[in-house]
Design a protein. Structure first.
Length: 251
């Protein structure tokens, strides 16, 4: 397995409350890894450690390592802005900027120094095509992104994430607030994106994990209970707690 990111004995506390308890796992490149488990089990917290989003939380303390490109991203010399360019994040609720569709996509590339209108036009079109949104919005690029439907807004947020050419896309329950048709479109999109990107996604939806993920990690009370290929985990779980959770007998 060619791991693009590795956590080693990763622990995290919010104040005195320990949320992650010695998580060690290797995430392979160009695969979809799903993080599953009940609410409050640590899966979203783990996801946010991968690009240091937890730095924004007060009283957070982290021990252990998260290695990306064989370098600990929590080392003192790490440029967090550059890291987040490489490891993007799409959140649960669509959060387009209150600006045009075009400017939502061009924002990141501009931040990283691209000024050429021709180059920005190219990036905007490529990103929207990659997010299966171009044909729906190409005639209204100068209109506000807030006028899009929820599903379109979420695909726009995915396009915005990939506009800066990351290697990894983290998705935190990115279909939880969408209707079934929009959810299906996002799932199809994610399945296509893995040829170019590595995707790590948090989901509460067991069927979604089975449909689109290659690997699954089951979190419970801050611990990684089981991690392996999705097909194997759902057909022959190695841990009784995993079996109880995925069959609905949990709790």
């Amino acid at each position: 397995m060619n791991a693009i990111i590795e956590s080693k004995a990763l622990k995290l506390w919010y104040g005195d409350h320990q949320v992650l308890k010695s998580i060690s796992m290797d995430i392979p490149e160009h695969e979809i890894t799903a993080l599953i488990g009940p609410s409050g089990c640590g899966k979203s917290t783990f996801l946010k450690t991968l690009n240091r989003m937890n730095d924004l939380v007060q009283n957070v303390r982290i021990a252990g390592e998260v290695n990306y490109n064989e370098h600990n991203i929590y080392a003192p010399d790490v440029d967090v802005t550059a890291l987040r360019k490489e490891i993007g994040m799409v959140f649960q609720k669509p959060n387009p900027f209150p600006m045009s569709i075009y400017d939502n996509i061009a924002y990141g590339p501009r931040t990283h120094g691209i000024r050429s209108k021709a180059k920005l036009d190219e990036i905007v079109e490529e990103s929207l095509r990659s997010a299966a949104l171009w044909d729906e919005v190409k005639d209204r690029l100068k209109k506000s992104a807030l006028g899009l439907s929820g599903g379109q807004q979420q695909r726009l947020c995915i396009a915005r994430a990939i506009s800066v050419r990351p290697r990894i896309i983290c998705m935190d329950e990115s279909t939880a607030s969408l209707d079934p048709i929009s959810t299906s479109k996002i799932e199809d999109l994610v399945a296509e994106l893995k040829s170019q990107y590595t995707v790590v996604m948090v989901t509460h939806n067991m069927q979604q994990a089975v449909r689109i993920s290659d690997r699954c990690a089951f979190f419970l009370m801050g611990e990684l209970v089981e991690y392996g290929k999705t097909e194997q985990m759902f057909s022959r779980p190695q841990n009784k707690k995993t079996e109880d959770y995925i069959t609905g007998r949990f709790g």
